[in-house]
Design a protein around this ligand. Structure first.
Ligand code: SF4
Ligand code: SF4
Length: 374
């Protein structure tokens, strides 16, 4: 467990990029560009905050030039292409080819429904991976995406991609009610599929999502991750994330969000502050996003809407920076896995006066494992 799934080339390039930024004294720099070329999707998942726009918005696309312009403007070494469903974008192969030409690492995030049909438009490359959305085993995933049969089609697509030599990762968001035993079995299954790694994240409480009751509260998330990692001892699960991010999920690190680590460009412009949380506030250029956003307003304890967020797009960049600042600590977690017993790391103080409307602490949570600080 705790083994990084990403290739050595990718680790080397990202490490070099961060060191260069640190040496040049740059305080804020992006690691992953979240490029959303369209919001239209061929699924309608209950936890999705992207698809309930009116048709005229869902019909909009970023052009090839706009996408590659955003890649150049931002300079991040990794490009994640979520959506909507990117495979619905007719020019996606051209966009991917342009990014590969720039030697950036791409994760094309797809629900995989169109993958068998479109796979012929892509060529395997060390710079390119399909990141396939799977939120658990068959029953769980089909319930999560609100359609039967999607899990089986996604698994068939994964097998096809592997046969054709593509890099594949699985993108798994865990929602309230996830059972550690089921998640552990699912991770075992992912390893059997011979994928490169799993990206895990607790679901973020989208303001726009149709259902608000399924998102994990922070302390519940940490306990869930500890339970899952406990079951993973000796199972050699590969994650596409840093060891310290996994340690943070298990409640062992007090991290503040690094929202500029994963800037988002979509059809409206550069979204402030992050991929998950849209205040309807868009910057016209990447530079204006970085320089004119009041970053101190966001993150744990700084904004009520960030209260329960532990998502990788906010906290992975923090963990990666911590890895470079404290390599020995990171190496220890890499070797041993996250600590699974004892108190949870302290939470950051809350700096806003009003109690967040979305946060309620069930009484049994207060009594649960009374030794743990949450
Ligand atoms: S597949 Fe992704 S973009 Fe499409 S509805 Fe589901 S969560 Fe939203
Ligand atoms: S904590 Fe960070 S990543 Fe999460 S919603 Fe707030 S700004 Fe976005």
């Amino acid at each position: 467990m705790g083994v990084l799934g990403i290739s050595l080339l990718q680790q080397y390039r990202i490490g070099r990029y961060i060191l260069e930024k640190k040496l040049s004294g740059e305080k804020r720099y992006p690691l992953v560009l979240m490029l959303e070329p369209l919001f239209r999707c061929n699924l309608a998942c209950a936890g999705c905050g992207k698809i309930d726009y009116p048709d005229e918005i869902l019909d909009k696309r970023l052009s090839v030039q706009e996408c590659l312009g955003a890649v150049d403007e931002c300079g991040a070494p990794v490009i994640s292409i979520p959506g909507g469903e990117p495979l619905l974008h007719k020019e996606m192969p051209e966009i991917v080819a342009g990014i590969i030409k720039r030697k950036k690492f791409i994760y094309l995030c797809t629900n995989a429904l169109l993958l068998s049909k479109r796979i012929k438009d892509y060529t395997p490359s060390p710079y390119f991976a399909f990141s396939i959305h799977l939120d658990g085993n068959r029953e769980h995933h089909d319930a999560s995406v609100c359609q039967e049969g999607v899990f089986d089609r996604a698994v068939a697509a994964i097998k096809l991609c592997r046969e054709r030599g593509f890099r594949v990762t699985v993108n798994c968001t865990l929602f309230q009610g996830a059972k550690p035993e089921d998640v552990a079995k699912f991770f075992d299954y992912c390893m059997e599929l011979d994928i490169e790694g799993i990206t895990i994240s607790p679901g973020y409480s989208y303001e726009r999502a149709p259902r608000q009751d399924i998102f994990l509260q922070r302390a519940t998330s940490k306990r869930l991750f500890r339970d899952i990692f406990r079951l993973g001892k000796g199972h050699k699960w590969r994650f596409n994330q840093s060891s310290l991010f996994l340690d943070f999920l298990a409640g062992n690190q007090t991290y503040q969000c690094t929202p500029w680590g994963n800037p988002t460009r979509n059809i409206f412009g550069w979204q402030r502050p992050c991929y998950l949380f849209s205040e309807g506030n868009y910057a016209p250029t990447f530079r204006s996003l970085m320089e004119e956003t009041d970053w101190a307003k966001y993150g744990t304890g700084n904004h009520p809407k960030c209260a329960n967020c532990m998502a990788h797009c906010g906290y992975e960049a923090t963990a990666v920076n911590d890895t470079l600042d404290n390599p020995l600590k990171a190496f220890k977690v890499f070797l041993q896995g996250p600590r699974l017993e004892g108190p949870l790391a302290a939470e950051l103080p809350v700096n806003y006066p009003e109690k967040p409307a979305s946060v309620s602490i069930p009484i049994d949570d207060l009594h649960h494992k009374s030794g743990e600080a949450s």
